[in-house]
Write a protein of this length. Structure first.
Length: 323
């Protein structure tokens, strides 16, 4: 009855159309419509690809909605008229056919440019075996990709500053009025401008990507990280109820843990091409976790650490003997 059924497989992601494609059954154009109708009784069959038996080397499509419309007919006699006729009589021979590697954004644009009754037909994906992607899945994937782009940094794949500060505000709201505390750690990458000038922006971007990956790998359970500036990362954590001394010690331990995991150069980088880091932590008081206050305190402490490092460097330089 069917020429073949494409094997199942493939993750449903929003990159290229192959990620969204599902197997479709392929039938010959001479198959009687009555037998075709039987295929659509399976709930997973949304469309069928049709190959021309007359040697025309063309492929068409029949969707569930299209077949239902044809079988109903204008006067309600469609099934009686079509039951013994070949599938070619109900086939749409100009479907949207794309390659598996076609970006979802391009498929969505081409799908929406179709007019009339076939605008929302499934898209056929030509490959070793035929597959299909529903237009609704394509559009949902496009929307999801755009949403992801607005909340995640394209270079490091970490949440953006807006998304990170939103997460911080949400954490603060969750613990407000209780004894649980929120910790914010800022990690500032020093000397990025000089590194980019010396090594090139591509090398600098690679270093930031490596730093972000190592930062994520070093996160304790329950923590999250984001890129809040071109050369600055933030880490959010929630501490259980504890006194001020233990809270300060826990926040400092988290800061030191992150710093130690990021200080050594990643493979492919030496000490001269690996930047220095400044870090600072702030933590909330019981019952009054405020995101803006946490950010302001961490920023002040980060500036103090940077200023202290600059003064120490100046002092070391002044102690050098004259050449």
């Amino acid at each position: 009855m069917a020429r073949h059924i494409a094997p199942r497989g493939g993750a449903r992601l929003a990159g290229v159309v192959a990620d969204l494609a599902h197997p479709v059954m392929v039938v010959g154009s001479s198959l009687p419509v009555g037998e075709l109708e039987v295929l659509f009784r399976h709930p997973d069959v949304g469309c069928v690809a049709v190959q021309d038996d007359d040697g025309a080397q063309r492929t068409g499509i029949i969707t569930r909605a299209g077949l239902a419309t044809a079988l109903t007919g204008r006067l309600g006699y469609g099934r009686a008229v079509l039951e013994r006729r070949p599938t070619s009589t109900v086939t749409y021979w100009s479907p949207l056919v794309v390659a598996p590697a076609t970006p979802v954004s391009e498929v969505a644009t081409r799908a929406m440019s179709r007019g009339g009754e076939h605008r929302y037909d499934d898209v056929l994906v030509a490959g070793p075996t035929w597959a299909g992607a529903s237009t609704s899945d394509v559009m949902r994937s496009l929307v999801a990709a755009l949403a992801d782009r607005s909340t995640h940094d394209p270079l490091t794949r970490l949440p953006t500053r807006a998304a990170t500060w939103h997460a911080l505000t949400h954490r603060c709201a969750m613990v407000r009025g209780g004894s649980t505390r929120i910790v914010l750690v800022l990690v500032d990458v020093r000397g990025m401008a000089a590194l980019n000038a010396r090594l090139g922006h591509e090398r600098g971007d690679g270093m930031l990507t490596a730093l972000a990956a190592r930062l994520v790998g070093a996160l304790p359970r329950g923590c999250e990280a984001g890129r809040v500036d071109g050369d600055r990362f933030a880490v959010l954590a929630t501490l259980p109820a504890m006194d001020d001394i233990r809270a300060a010690a826990s926040a400092e331990a988290l800061r030191q843990h992150l710093r130690s995991h990021l200080a050594e150069p990643s493979p492919g980088y030496d000490g001269g091409s690996w930047p220095g880091l400044h870090t600072a932590a702030s933590w909330s008081v019981p019952g009054n976790a405020d995101a803006d206050e946490l950010i302001a305190v961490a920023e002040r402490r980060l500036a103090m650490e940077a200023r202290g490092a600059d003064l120490a460097a100046e002092a070391r330089g002044s102690r050098k003997p004259a050449g």
